[in-house]
Structure formats: C-alpha cells, structure tokens
Design a binder for this molecule. Structure first.
Ligand code: XLS
Ligand code: NI
Ligand code: NI
Length: 439
C-alpha cells in the first residue's frame, strides 16, 4: 500500500531543546509520572470526523484542505482510503485510539439497509487494521445532528418516525462499537434542545431522550457491551438551548431518569467554556459526582462564542485539567479524544501533524506540571488547612452530621461574633502556581 503522508517521518520524543518540528518536545510515551507511563495517563485518540473528513468548510466558504487521499470522495473506495490514512497517521504519531460517528466512516445511502451494509464492510476493514497495529477504539457514536431529518432533534424530535430512525442508528453504532471492542459510547445531543418554547414540550422531549438512552443501555448490555455510556454536555450550538447544558445539568438529568449506573460524562474543554465555566470546573463537577468518564481534548477562543474546536495550546488549562484528573484517580475507560481541527488556513498534511503534536505536547506538559503541583502539596495543604475548623469541636460535629440547628444557634449565641474566616490567599497561590509552571 502507498504511503499517504510520505514526506512525514514517525514522530518521536526529542525533548524541548529540539527544533525538529516533527518531534515531541514533552510527550515522552514511556516516561513514568506518578507511577504510570505518560501514555497510560494520556490515552490519546484521533477523532475520525475532524482529522479524516473535515476539510476547512465554514459558514462562509468551502474546503481549503484536500482530504480525498487520492480517490473520489463519497465512494467506498474513499472510505477505505480514509482508513488507510487514519491508521498511517495514528501510527506515525503513536496514537493508540480513535473515535467515530457512523457516518464519518462511510457515505450515507438513501436506504438505511445499504448504509448498514457499508458500515459492516468498512468495519471489517478497520478491524483488520486494528488487529495488525494494536490500535483500539476509544468510543463510538451515531451522528444524529447532520441529516435534515434531525432538524428538531433525535431523541427529542416531534416525529415518531425520526425517533425510530435515531434508534436504528444508535443500535447499529452500538453493534459497531462492540464489534471493534470499544469501551465507550457517546451521546452528544447537538440537536437535543430547542429554539423557542412557543413550539416545544420540554418535559416530553427530555423523557423521550431518557427512554432512548435506557433502550440503548438495555440493548448494549444484551450484546455484551461492558463499557461506559457518556453524555457530552454542551450549552448551545447548534441549538439555542441544549438540554445537556453543562456537567451539573447533565448529572441532574442522568440521576432524574435513573441512568446513573451506566452513564458518565465526556467533558469537552470548549463546551465547558461556552457554558461560562472553566474546563477545570466541569471536570471537578463530574469527578465529585463519580461521573468523570472521558475527555474531548480541545480549546476554544475566549473572544468567540462558538465551538472553535482548536488543538489545545494553553498549558495553564491542561495543567489544571490534569490536576483534576490525577486527583480523581484517572479515567477508567476514557481517554483524550482530540475533538479538534486545524484552522482553515492550515490546510496541508503537515498541519494535521502539527495540530496533534501541539495537542499531545500541551497535555503532556500539563500532566508533568499537575504532578508537580500534587507532589509539592502547597495547594492541597492550603485547602486542607482552610477547612480545618471542621476537624474538631463543633466543626467536627457538623462534618459528621451529629448536630442540629438548635445546638448551632446555641453555640453562636455563646460566641457572640465569629472571627473573619482565614484569608483566601488567592494571589499567593497563583504565584506558587507560576513558580511550578515556569521554574
Ligand atoms: C460537537 C461535539 C461532537 C461530539 C461527538 O460539538 O463535540 O463532535 O464530540 O458527537
Ligand atoms: Ni466533542
Ligand atoms: Ni464540540
């Protein structure tokens, strides 16, 4: 088979002093950090859609990149060329996982039976490549937002026929996920939301989404899927109001509808920032609720209000993200899926590699710095000390749930007036963080 990225060598770790653009400066796969090699902390994945399908089209212009890989797009031959390109790409970067939507893999036919036949054919081919290379599937999903039939949502649609179609796609995507050994299945509800309440029954729509998810769980378990389901929160875009607004909202939904045994969250950095949070915030909310499943690794632009899906470059953000993930004990079945794409003017094959090198190095550096934060202990110790009034006396009684309002009121009455709580020391802590970042 012909090499597709023939002028690009295998990318290896050469360290921060290296000026070789096709080398990692920080990502050193086998380097041990806090008892585990980097590649086990950072299970990086390639998103089929951005890397092999998206070619730079935006609202105002067509493709800038050529992702035909030498064959006519929209054919099964092209679908296979994408598999070849994807596996060569992952091998050159040492990426061990990928993620897909059904229709990223093959062109959708008019008849679902033909689409499914194509999916069977392409996944046979993908499976061969997986067996030959050891590359694995991180998670699968169904694209239930692109086709016009999903204009009013999939699980939340007003059309029972469209709902059935969504169910059929979920069923098939689960079959494929199991066939390829994936340990995750994602629901990103891009069209699950509304534009106006003048035409929308929110309660009914949410109940129907939950029913679809329950049916998905039942079916998946019946065919041997033992991984995790994930909801991927996002506040808006394409819909004005999306039901899975942020981590807290999605957790409420999962619990409300009794899905908490099977569902966790897939937290995407830019979705958190679109919701008005930091990436770190949504990771923390997921973690403290036992729902930190996986990560869509990208970043947004604080000056823009949409999902720019950029490769991560902000080391502060990845450091604080990795701090959350290390403190949570890591991701069980999850990983770091680069749901990220090159900027439109970065249209060459070289740019595809630069994007991943940037992203992988940014997370590797974040991991190194996060481990230093934890090993140094300044922040953790400060936080512990900050709540130390709950370690003894009346504070301990509160912590242990062994008091009541009357006792506390009595305590307050005897005290007269509390001292001011200790200083938050934010500026000091930020300096300490800088010291770790830049020593
Ligand atoms: C879009 C989402 C999407 C999901 C998978 O904003 O991030 O790419 O990750 O459907
Ligand atoms: Ni995503
Ligand atoms: Ni996104």
């Amino acid at each position: 088979m012909n090499e597709i990225f023939s002028n690009i060598p295998k990318v290896t770790y050469k360290g921060p002093e290296s000026s070789d653009p096709f080398s990692f400066k920080y990502y050193d796969a086998d380097k041990v950090i806090m008892g585990k090699p980097m590649k086990e902390h950072l299970k990086f994945a390639m998103a089929w859609w951005h890397n092999l399908c998206a070619a730079g089209t935006d609202m105002f212009g067509t493709n800038t990149a050529d992702k035909s890989f030498g064959v006519v797009p929209g054919t099964m031959e092209h679908a296979k060329a994408k598999v070849d390109a994807g596996f060569e790409f992952m091998q050159k970067l040492g990426i061990e996982y990928f993620c897909f939507h059904d229709v990223d893999l093959v062109p959708e036919a008019d008849d679902i039976n033909e689409t499914n036949r194509r999916l069977d054919e392409i996944t046979d081919y993908i499976k061969e490549k997986m067996d030959a290379t050891g590359i694995k599937l991180l998670w699968g999903t169904a694209n239930m937002f692109n086709n016009p039939r999903f204009m009013n949502g999939a699980g939340s649609t007003n059309s029972a026929d469209v709902y059935c179609f969504a169910a059929a796609q979920v069923k098939k995507a689960l079959d494929l996920t199991v066939k390829l050994g994936g340990k995750g299945y994602v629901f990103w509800g891009g069209r699950e939301g509304y534009e106006t309440l003048l035409n929308t029954d929110v309660k009914f729509e949410q109940e129907n989404i939950a029913k679809l998810m329950h049916m998905a769980v039942d079916y998946a378990r019946s065919i041997g899927f033992d991984g995790d389901f994930y909801i991927e929160p996002k506040p808006k875009e394409p819909m004005k109001h999306q039901y899975d607004f942020d981590a807290a909202t999605a957790i409420g939904f999962i619990r409300q509808y009794g899905l908490d045994k099977d569902f966790k969250l897939n937290i995407e950095a830019n979705h958190a920032t679109l919701a008005g949070h930091t990436f770190q915030h949504d990771l923390r909310i997921a973690a403290i609720n036992g729902m930190l499943g996986s990560v869509d690794a990208n970043q947004g632009d604080y000056l823009l209000g949409w999902d720019t899906d950029q490769f991560p470059s902000n080391v502060y953000e990845t450091t604080l993200a990795m701090y959350e993930i290390l403190k949570a004990g890591g991701l069980k079945y999850g990983g770091f899926n680069f749901d990220a794409k090159n900027r439109r003017p970065s249209y060459t094959f070289e740019d595809m590699f630069y994007g991943f090198i940037l992203g992988m190095d940014t997370f590797a550096l974040g991991l190194i710095k996060a481990a230093e934060i934890i090993e140094k202990g300044t922040i953790d110790n400060f936080i512990k000390e900050r709540y130390s009034s709950f370690d003894s006396g009346i504070g301990k009684k509160i912590r242990d749930g062994e008091t009541d309002l009357a006792e506390l009121a009595d305590y307050a009455a005897k005290m007269g007036r509390p001292e001011l709580p200790g200083s938050g020391r934010q500026e000091y802590l930020e300096s300490e963080l800088n010291r770790i970042m830049f020593h």
